[in-house]
Design a protein around this ligand. Structure first.
Ligand code: FAD
Length: 496
């Protein structure tokens, strides 16, 4: 073992250990396989031979969608994955429709010209895992809990992990040149670091008190051919739930009800149907009447979202990094979680490439900062959306321009919906699913054009924001909101 720093200038380093074999771990394993002789994924669950939900990912029953950004990254890391998903029975979205309803109106997108796919989280993870299993230098060690980190005597370097074998009930230690904690929301990294005397900053917390209630239904053929997604957005002013109906493999529809700020949808079948009927539009309730329930509604509660600030630590052990939900977890309703983990994995890849060309001595701290750069836009957008709801509270380091962002995004959404401007509407979702920088929506020209058709009251607000000039300058906007210039986005030349 090279014991400590990435010896990338002298070729590959030896062993990387990944804690957690879920989507974040799999994506990262694919990246690391180019840089380490061996990548060992340690997973506490037995990994099922067929697509199945498992204990370690309790969110797996709930809808997980592919965002455009995630599709791009998956196609690069796992070429042909979409066709493989189709072969594995995923629902094909060619010619299907997405219907988005919010309090300003209805937007119908489609028919979809591409053979995109939708599937359960279990099928998504299983398909990607099959790809990763074929990477010759990646191994899985399943039914093992990582119970702590092994370090040098002075705790400045992580040299491996302590494990418990779930079958034999025995403990052991495995050494590694680099350990990656990708063990999700339940990560124990903070106490592990504290145990070695590291001062861990208080994380930023978005106290969302959110809940999902999801029920699965069998879809008759005439409906299966039509819908990809029906999304009815709840709104802070009416405190209504959001409802989403989407399709997965085997002609199954997943219907979720979602509330935040302590508004929890029911998991009792009768109440669930009543709540679906009280969404701000009857479409989902009408469609449900034609479907056959195949499960009871199942709940999932998230009291708070956490963004760790590991990148701000003055001391951080060599040989350790963290990605995915263990670093920052976001509101699931925006479908960003796996995309964020994949964008972080891409950022790590960039750091490893740079390290190979021009090594820095504090690689881990540098990489943590860059991963945090990748996290920032998603977290900021989550805060802007969720803080509009009563009952949601933010406790953490200051968020630049969040009230402004919250109000402007609402006006933007209203503008795009009322005008039936599919391009602008698409841009809203492309930003909210981390394809493009928020700056695509937040630039002086775009803001001015949106505000030109706003209500008198909203234009008054805008006038106050621009101190009567009627348009922001680049500099004023720079002071108002983060630049996101260090995050990694798909390049789009904004129409400016
Ligand atoms: C209700 C809900 C709905 C969601 N919907 C979406 C969606 O539509 N789209 C989307 O992109 N994201 C969604 N997400 C988020 C998404 O599930 C995660 O962001 C994503 O799985 C990436 O997480 P991860 O790999 O970091 O951690 P996880 O998926 O949580 O995986 C952690 C893994 O680590 C293992 N593990 C944990 N501790 C140990 C240990 N000590 N030793 C060994 N193994 C360990 C676990 O068994 C698990 O396999 C949703 C989340 C929730 C809660």
């Amino acid at each position: 073992m090279t014991n400590n720093k990435l010896a990338l200038t002298q070729g590959n380093t030896e062993r990387a250990i990944i804690i957690g074999g879920s989507m974040g771990g799999l994506l990262t394993a694919s990246v690391l396989s180019e840089y380490f002789t061996e990548v060992l994924i340690i997973e506490r669950d037995e990994l099922p031979e067929k697509p199945m939900d498992r204990v370690g990912t309790p969110q797996g029953f709930h809808p997980h969608r592919f965002t455009p950004r995630l599709k791009i990254i998956l196609e690069r890391l796992f070429p042909g994955y979409n066709d493989v998903l189709l072969e594995n029975g995923a629902s094909e979205l060619l010619n299907k429709y997405v219907c988005q309803i919010n309090q300003y109106g209805k937007i119908t997108i489609g028919p979809n010209p591409r053979k995109d796919t939708a599937c359960s989280r279990a099928l998504m993870e299983w398909t990607i895992r099959e790809y990763v299993k074929k990477i010759s230098n990646v191994r899985f060690l399943v039914k093992h809990d990582v119970i702590g980190l092994q370090t040098t005597a002075d705790h400045t370097t992580v040299t491996g992990v302590h494990l418990r074998d779930r079958t034999l009930k025995q403990e052991k230690t495995l050494t590694a040149d680099m350990v990656f904690d990708i063990s999700g929301r339940g990560s124990k990294l903070v106490p592990w670091l504290q145990q070695f005397g590291y001062e861990v900053p208080t994380p930023d917390r978005l106290k969302v008190a959110l809940a999902y209630s999801t029920r699965r239904f069998r879809i008759p053929a005439h409906l299966a051919e039509k819908w990809d997604v029906i999304r009815i957005a709840g709104h802070p002013s009416t405190e209504t739930f959001t409802g989403v109906l989407s399709t997965i493999e085997n002609d199954v529809a997943e219907v979720l009800l979602y509330g935040l700020g302590g508004r929890y949808p029911s998991t009792k079948p009768d109440e669930y149907l009543q709540e679906a009927a009280r969404l701000s539009n009857p479409l989902i309730a009408e469609v449900i009447q034609e479907l056959e329930p195949i499960t009871a509604p199942r709940g999932f509660r998230v009291p708070e979202l956490i963004r760790q600030r590991f990148e701000q630590m003055e001391r951080w052990p060599a040989g350790l990094l963290v990605l995915g939900d263990a670093f920052c977890n976001v509101d699931p309703i925006f479908g960003q979680g796996i995309t964020m983990a994949s964008v972080e994995a891409e950022m790590l890849e960039k750091c490893l490439q740079e390290q190979k060309k021009q090594p820095v001595s504090n690689f881990e701290q540098y990489a943590l900062k860059r991963i945090q750069d990748a996290i920032e836009p998603g977290w900021w957008l989550n805060c802007a959306a969720d803080l509009a709801w009563t009952g949601v509270e933010y406790v953490g380091q200051p968020l630049k321009g969040i009230d402004f962002a919250s109000k402007y995004l609402e006006i933007y959404l209203k503008h795009a919906t009322v005008q039936q401007n599919l391009k602008q509407y698409g841009m809203y979702w492309a930003v909210n699913t981390l394809l493009f920088s928020p700056r695509v929506l937040f630039n002086p020209e775009m803001i001015a054009s949106v505000m030109a058709s706003a209500s008198t009251k909203d234009r008054q607000w805008y006038n106050e924001q621009t101190q009567g000039t009627g348009q922001f300058t680049d500099l004023q906007l720079e002071e108002r909101i983060p630049s996101f210039s260090r995050a990694n986005f798909i390049e789009l030349s904004p129409q400016r």
